[in-house]
Design a binder for this molecule. Structure first.
Ligand code: ARG
Length: 573
């Protein structure tokens, strides 16, 4: 069932435009900027002035004369130079709301044609501790994968581990240099060695050269290096999995750059066959078009014979289009990688490995502390994901009661966890992707304000209303509008279709988080103004109960699309 109020109203305008011989391109309606004056507005009359060479008010008058015959519309006015403002009849609003409440997808159907969408997010590197810099890609990617699935696409999410570049050679060389038993190292030991190796390679050209050679040999299949690499990779991946599990970030595939090794050799052959590659300074490269800015070539094979970051990404595209049959590939990384993807996409197009495949890079800004620099721990160290989760739990625990006879320790712990993760995720997802944000240490885990816990709390409050209604044997009835707050809440609910579509089209979960917050606020005003159990008129009480349930169900769906759980009960100390 498709319930889009915008589409219905647009259709009304289109019919009238057609009838009057106006260009239907301008028959576009949007939610009113002035909800106090109208529900929807159309600026088509202004847009038509040029084409029709008429005064916009005159055009608007013609449109309005037709609209006045429409029985779904309560009031129409022409304002300013020719804006058409309209207010809907309550019956029309509730007819849609009642259908919405009967549909388990609330009138938002899946796409007619399901696509295979590969989402590349997470992207942690082997041997590096996961820190706050890894948060956004995981959290945004998880939400987008849920939105894509909700819309009916076949989503394949891939973590794309950084497990094949020079850092691998650096660690192996350092392990051998130090003479430590590689197979006794835990994740901390491995990261320590990686740190030492990085410093060494920065200062010492010979060490760097050695790391390069070890990397090339590893990629070439050296048995000893491979064994060490496999061990380090496994220990790191176990740790990465733990972090993502804690954050409820999930992947279908745990492929890494290394899985593109064979495909990389295929790319070399393909590029040669197509006459695209050339040898330059001993490296095998593809030159790119330089239209308005200099574009360095893509390096397929480095001087030492190894494959680098660009190559593994190109070869991975081949795997995704040929083997996974992707129609769309979307990458989520830090904005700084924008140019890398531009190069990779262009090379893939030249190679013909991504025909009819839409490729997109979504670049996000960084998570900063109040000083505008990347968010750190209290003592100034890098904030690991583990410490961030602990910090959030600590904050949430402050607002929660202690375990009691009624609520066990395990129950409280689970609740603290669900709320703490909600706090972290919502804080991230309430900011639009492109802009970075300042981590609001004091406020992000509060139960009031624009936070995850606030929304969870709003949902739990409705749950409690529904439980009481059930005990009081109040049943659900058809929604009717009897006051301004009910009207505002129903209008807000009608925006669900457009909101989800916008978030989906723009890969922008913040559109959902904004809407969820506004919906929670509309509900709160509604509930302050309207009795449910205390309402004597049973028809009105039952209508309000339906409205409460619909709001709750929609909010639960929205949180789920953001990757956030909705606990049945919330406790406050
Ligand atoms: N491992 C990379 C990094 O830390 C991110 C990987 C992003 N995905 C990709 N296909 N390149 O920068």
């Amino acid at each position: 069932m498709e319930l889009s109020v915008e589409k219905i109203i647009n259709q009304k305008f289109e019919n009238i435009f057609n009838q009057l011989g106006f260009n239907v391109k301008f028959a576009v309606v949007k939610t009113s900027d002035r909800p106090d004056l109208s529900d929807f507005q159309c600026n088509g009359a202004l847009a038509l002035t040029r084409e029709l060479k008429k005064n916009p008010r005159e055009i608007a008058t013609q449109i309005v004369a037709e609209l006045e015959k429409d029985c779904d519309i309560e009031k129409i006015s022409i304002d300013g130079p020719g804006f058409i403002n309209l207010t809907l009849k309550s019956d029309f609003i509730t007819s849609i709301i009642n259908k919405m409440s009967e549909d388990k997808r609330f009138g938002v159907p899946t796409e007619k044609e399901s696509k295979t969408v590969v989402l590349d997010f997470g992207g942690p590197n082997v041997a590096k501790t996961m820190h706050v810099g890894h948060l956004r890609s995981g959290v945004i990617g998880e939400s987008v994968q849920r939105i894509e699935r909700f819309m009916g696409n076949n989503v394949i999410s891939d973590v794309h581990l950084g497990d094949w570049g020079t850092p691998m050679g650096m660690i192996i060389a350092e392990i051998i240099d130090q003479g430590v038993d590689a197979f006794s190292l835990d994740v901390h030991g491995i990261t320590e060695i990686y740190k030492t190796a990085t410093t060494k390679c920065k200062e010492d050209e010979a060490a760097k050269e050695k790391a390069r050679i070890v990397t090339a040999k590893l990629q070439d299949g050296d048995a000893e290096y491979r064994k060490i690499w496999e061990y380090i990779r496994k220990v790191s991946v176990d740790d990465v999995r733990k972090n993502y599990e804690a954050l409820d970030v999930n992947f279908n595939l745990w492929w890494g750059e290394s899985d593109a090794h064979e495909a990389s050799s295929e790319i070399v052959k393909l590029a040669e066959k197509k006459g695209l590659s050339e040898i330059d300074d001993e490296a095998n490269i593809i030159r790119l078009e330089e239209s308005n800015k200099p574009k360095p070539p893509v390096i397929l094979v480095k001087r030492d014979g190894g494959f680098g970051y660009q190559m593994t990404d190109i070869a991975t595209i081949l795997l995704r289009t040929r083997d996974l049959k992707a129609n769309k590939i979307v990458y989520f990384t830090d904005q700084r990688q924008e140019f890398h993807f531009e190069q990779v996409f262009e090379a893939s197009e030249k190679l013909g490995i991504a025909e009819n495949v839409e490729m997109k890079h979504i670049g996000f800004g960084t998570v900063n502390g109040s000083d505008g620099k990347p968010f750190k721990t209290r003592d100034g160290g890098v904030m690991s994901l583990g410490s961030l989760i602990e910090l959030s739990k600590e904050k949430v625990r402050e607002s929660m009661p202690k375990a009691s006879e009624e609520y066990s320790q395990a129950y409280i712990d689970n609740l603290v966890n669900e709320v703490a993760i909600a706090a972290i995720k919502f804080q991230d997802l309430k900011n639009n992707i492109a802009s970075g944000y300042v981590f609001e240490v004091d406020d992000f885990a509060k139960f009031e304000g624009k936070t995850g816990p606030y929304i969870q709390y709003a949902i739990a409050r409705i749950n409690s209303i529904l439980r009481k209604a059930n005990e009081g044997e109040l049943s659900f009835g058809k929604v009717i509008i009897t006051n301004a707050e009910e009207r505002e809440l129903t209008l807000k609910l009608l925006q669900l279709y457009a909101t989800i579509h916008r978030a989906y089209d723009e890969f922008e979960p913040s559109i959902l988080s904004d809407y969820t917050y506004n919906l929670a606020q509309s509900f709160s005003s509604f509930y302050n103004a309207s009795q449910i159990m205390g309402e004597e008129n049973k028809e009105i009480a039952s209508s309000r109960l339906t409205l409460a349930k619909l709001t709750r169900d929609v909010m639960v769906l929205l949180l789920d699309l953001l990757g956030i759980k909705s606990p049945e009960i919330m406790l406050k100390a």
